[in-house]
Design a protein around this ligand. Sequence first.
Ligand code: GCW
Length: 725
Amino acid sequence: MTSKHPDCRGLKRVCLRILLLAAWVCFFSLPKNAWGESGAEAWLRYAPLNEPAAKLYENAPAKIVLRGDSPVLRTAGQELARGLEQMLGRSFGSGSIAQDAFLLGKLSDVRTLDSKLKPPQVLKPDGFWLKTVRIHGAPSVIITAANDRGVLYGAFALLSKIARGESIASLDDLQQPYAAIRWVNQWDNLDGRIERGYGGASIFFEAGKVRSDLTRTGQYARLLASVGINGCTVNNVNAAPEVLDDNFIPQLARIAEALRPWGVQLSISVDLSSPKVIGGLQTFDPLDPLVAEWWRKKIDEIYRRIPDFAGVVIKADSEGRSGPSAYGRTHADAANVVARALKPHGGVVFYRAFVYNHHLDWHNLKNDRAKAAYDNFHPLDGEFDDNAIVQIKNGPIDFQVREPASPLFAGLHRTNEAIELQITQEYTGQQKHLCFLVPMWKEALDFDMRVGDQRTPVKDLVSGRVFHRPLGGFAGVANVGMDANWLGSPLAMANLYGFGRLAWNPNLTSEQIVDEWTRLMFGSDPVVVRTINDLQLRSWRVYENYTGPLGAGTLTNITGNHYDPAPESSENNGWGQWHRADHEGIGMDRTVATGTGFIGQYPPAVQKIYEPLAACPDELLLFFHHVPYSHVLQSGKTVIQHIYDSHYEGAEQAQDFIGEWKNLAGHIDEERYRDILARFEFQAGEAVRWRDTICHWIYQLSGIADQKGRLPKASQTAPLSNSKR
Ligand code: GCW
């Protein structure tokens, strides 16, 4: 019998239909959250609570009541209903009667119900207050704020509490953002590729246009809002001038529409030469009145289409971008011409301090890229308009695995500043390696700059508290993409979550942040929470151990993919990510006494920590000092032995991650268990590759063998013979 037989074909069709029907039934009868295990829902999975956990909320109000009306308030109501229904497995109706209700609204609207309601502090924009009250004798939960966005943030905070099993029976929780600016930057190109993106193609752009389907943009905005992020710069700081083309602005307006219900405001990166390149002017000189006029008209046009446009980010005179130096003008001139166009609309300019010469002469031992940001911007302090913000990378080089905090944070007293942190793991394993960056960011944010010999942690400088600046805050380079799990790796999403949480409150500890995240992502099984928290919290130091310890830099391929081990690529070129390793020693001498003088950019009390060799902390020793390999660290080890030991320890620790993860078999869903296991196995192999490459290289250079005799065969060859490069 062949399938050409008519009866057989009929039978096949019937079978196929039955199969399709069965598949359809199976799909829709899956537990509600099962599809979320792809990572698409990230920490907003709202997994159904088990019975004992759900019992905690059996007396929760029965309905959701909105006081007032706005798209953001409606989003808050819908999100609350969605989360409660998914987690508690019962429906929450809406209504207008305030009793037995979750009551959502601005304080002015909620107080009409009970004029005695008074938050313990004055609510700032975006801050919120969660309060259990009795209205006309019946219990209700109030979610209120000064603005609708604050109400949305309050709804997310309440849902997070429930997802993590916190009681809401007697709430009185008022939270305020640490700073007004909490933005993410995306380095998306208009062709759909993302610079340093490891999670797939752009969610915003494709083939030179804004995508026709912006569903993912809305979903991203939901994630951002859930951790209090209020601005999103959608295109690469290496900006295509076309983003300002007249026919592009309506397309941008569509992105803004997708972000708006979540209270996330659109921003774009712009190229300073736009007035000339797309505007047809002869010049882009920021002091030319025609140029100022061009920016004014362009920005007015943007606001006609996008009334809540947040502002722009500018990268200029950096890595080949055009800038004010073309006309002998300053960065302040460049920032201000755009700031003045934005001012009447309430928009802001972020002007990046990442300005340096990438054609430095490496023969000159006094040259130092680390000095560039301070040298360029410190002299301009006080010259930037009030709606301009200087955006400063956390360290003076470029998102290396360990850097000191940039001295520029302490060098601007009359200028708004923001810290730029990199969520996408460009130099820290590109999401192929686990590297939870919150502990590293916290070190930068908590670093005390001792301005005027007072306690002045970086977080207080960037939030504008120290010098009473009108604006300030946080920018995170996120680079999520079309991959279902956004960043290409499920555990890497802790960095996006952690950035948002720190921008909201940098006083949270790394432990608190990771604990929240793990519970939201994987549930509250104690084995799961303990294991994942531990892996995340150790991961940065482990990565540092097998890549670039003692502050020598990431030792990665800096002229290529920024991923592979390639320590020699740092030297003999103008990029300035030098470690100055030769036959006798290693490290950059950045002292005032004999080196580049970089340490002199810090306030005196900080100089005292870094300048004397004996005081300088081991972990940054090679960032600040050039020392012989035999130099003895504070730990008592020699530099060379520390390098060997840390690479071997790091590779072993990466290997241990596999065993630790295996404890979770059967404790979490199979899909994520297997996916993450495979990643740890890969990472362990990569750690060995790093270990062997670096140990081999340093042995060849130094000629000093590992005391423990562990060097791989290939490196037992004779050391290189030339004595200096
Ligand atoms: O670290 C470098 C990156 C570039 C990036 C640049 C920057 C967007 O390698 O890809 O360009 O930093 O921050 O401007």
